[in-house]
Ligand binder design. Structure first.
Ligand code: GLU
Length: 493
């Protein structure tokens, strides 16, 4: 147990789960899975003014949608709970009391005015040490207790050992990072209102929960030396830190709302597949081998390593995410695509009713031509729409009509196409036979192939971008295909 990997993702429920947090969660999850370890979800809700239960619920939902199952945490429990910081106040208090009793922390009564005056004075005399000037560090326990008893407000500060020296962190991503001892002051671990500070609560939790690796955003790197002080004061082993780089937008600035959707749920609602989304986010700062881009979840969970996390900031590229999404859709088999994407989208678009049923081979054939043209789920309905219309209800796209039909000679093309198609008997109405019937027309009419097929395509589908013609027409059916040519004929010249 002691040497098995334990990692945590510790979001603050002050907002939704965003792309950066999701990537941190993915790395922690994958690292735990790759090492047969334990992935813990902890809710860092110590900021009562900004944390809400609603945000916690949104985060849990987003985690489930991402497929990042946690072994300990809210809703699943575990031996190291509770898993919300607001429920752990007693543990922070007990730890602080122990540090007080051991002389590793002390009460400080300095007023904000006193602290400000000390800071100014330190600046004025260019003191290399600009932190808390340690006024209360050497108060006798009796005096301190008397002032507490008299009701004076106080905070608790950690006592950084005089001779501590520089703090060196061997970060798994950044390598050796040295923090000058001068930057370490006796910082506050408990505020005067009785609440613990982030740097204290986090370390108490990480230590008591037996966290072995802290994988988090490098905006927390500067907190790390202070956190190391708390581990040392507690006599707890310091975990391995891995601080991962920021995610940037295309303009090189930190990813934010300005760059478009940032919350996980916005991506879910836009139709991205969870697997594709996780794969894409995993690659923002990590690589399997520097080349492979499509990395299914089980490979990620088997092969993830801290060694392959990059130091450099990664750039979020929505186009690459779209590409990844299309890759995952295209890799589905026809049945999965039909059930999970195409049919729900057809229902959503009102092209078929809830109880839609059709011959399985017909649905598979439709899925087979729609899938390669679907980058986002909603594309499926647009691509398949002509098949679900009739000669009466088909809509003709104006631009396609102008480009494909309303041209000299296209009337003759439609007439010839209709005769050729009429020659295909109902029982022979297959993609291969339809293609074979249309095949000789360009030569016979001396019209470019592109123009012939363009005209028939617009007549049958109402647009120029529909799936392969023969296959689509086979799905539409013979009678309706012929009727569509009749309907389109007056638009052709
Ligand atoms: N609640 C902190 C955050 O959301 C966690 C930081 C940490 O991982 O230590 O930034």
């Amino acid at each position: 147990m002691s040497d098995s990997v334990r990692v945590r993702f510790a979001p603050s429920p002050t907002g939704k789960l965003h792309i950066g947090g999701a990537r941190t969660a993915i790395y922690n999850w994958a690292f735990a899975r790759a090492n047969g370890g334990t992935f813990i979800l902890r809710i860092d809700d110590t900021d009562p003014t900004r944390s809400t239960d609603e945000n916690t619920q949104i985060i849990l939902r987003a985690m489930r949608w991402l497929g990042l199952d946690w072994d300990e945490g809210p809703e699943v429990g575990g031996d190291f709970g509770p898993y919300s910081q607001t429920e752990r106040l007693d543990l922070y208090k007990q730890t602080a009391e122990r540090l007080l009793a051991e002389g590793k922390a002390y009460p400080c009564f300095c007023t904000p005015e006193q602290l400000a005056a000390d800071r100014e004075a330190a600046q004025a005399r260019k003191d290399p040490f600009q932190g808390y000037q340690r006024r209360c560090r050497d108060l006798s326990p009796e005096e301190a207790q008397a002032r507490i008893d008299a009701g004076e407000p106080y905070v608790l500060r950690i006592k950084v050992p005089e001779d501590r020296g520089n703090v060196v962190i061997d970060d798994a991503v950044h390598g050796k990072v040295v923090f000058d001892a001068k930057e370490l002051d006796d910082f506050v671990i408990f505020r005067s209102d009785g609440t613990p500070t982030y740097n204290f609560a986090t370390v108490v939790d990480d230590a008591l929960m037996g966290i072995t690796h802290v994988i988090r955003g490098d905006d927390h790197l500067s907190n790390t030396p202070r956190q190391v002080m708390v581990y040392e004061a507690m006599g707890a082993p310091v975990p391995t830190f891995a601080h991962i780089s920021m995610i940037l937008g295309a303009d090189g600035k930190k990813l934010s709302k300005r760059h478009g959707a940032t919350s996980v749920e916005e991506y879910r609602d836009a139709g991205y597949l969870s697997d594709a989304f996780v794969n894409y986010l995993a690659l923002l700062g990590w690589s399997l081998d520097g080349e492979t881009t499509v990395i299914p979840r089980d490979v990620l969970a088997g092969k993830f390593s801290l060694e392959r996390i990059s130091k450099n900031p990664a750039t979020f590229d929505p186009k690459k995410l779209d590409w990844m999404n299309a890759e995952y859709i295209n890799a589905m088999d026809d049945k999965t695509f039909a059930d999970e994407i195409m049919l729900p989208q057809l229902i959503e678009a009102g092209l078929v009713g809830e109880g839609f049923e059709a011959d399985e081979a017909w649905v598979d054939a439709l899925a087979g031509i729609v899938r390669p043209r679907t980058k986002m789920p909603a594309d499926a309905a647009a691509v398949a729409a002509p098949v679900f219309k009739t000669a009466q209800t088909l809509e003709y796209d104006e631009k396609s009509v102008a480009k494909g039909l309303a041209k000299e000679g296209m009337g003759a093309v439609l007439d010839a196409a209709k005769s050729a198609l009429e020659a295909v008997a109902a029982q022979d109405w297959t993609a291969a036979n339809i293609d074979a019937a249309l095949e000789p027309l360009p030569e016979a009419l001396d019209v470019k192939k592109r123009l012939v097929f363009g005209a028939v395509r617009v007549a049958e589908c109402g647009n120029m971008v529909s799936p392969p013609l023969g296959e689509t027409m086979a799905l539409i059916g013979r009678d309706d295909c012929l009727a569509r040519i009749d309907r389109a004929r007056p638009m052709a010249l």
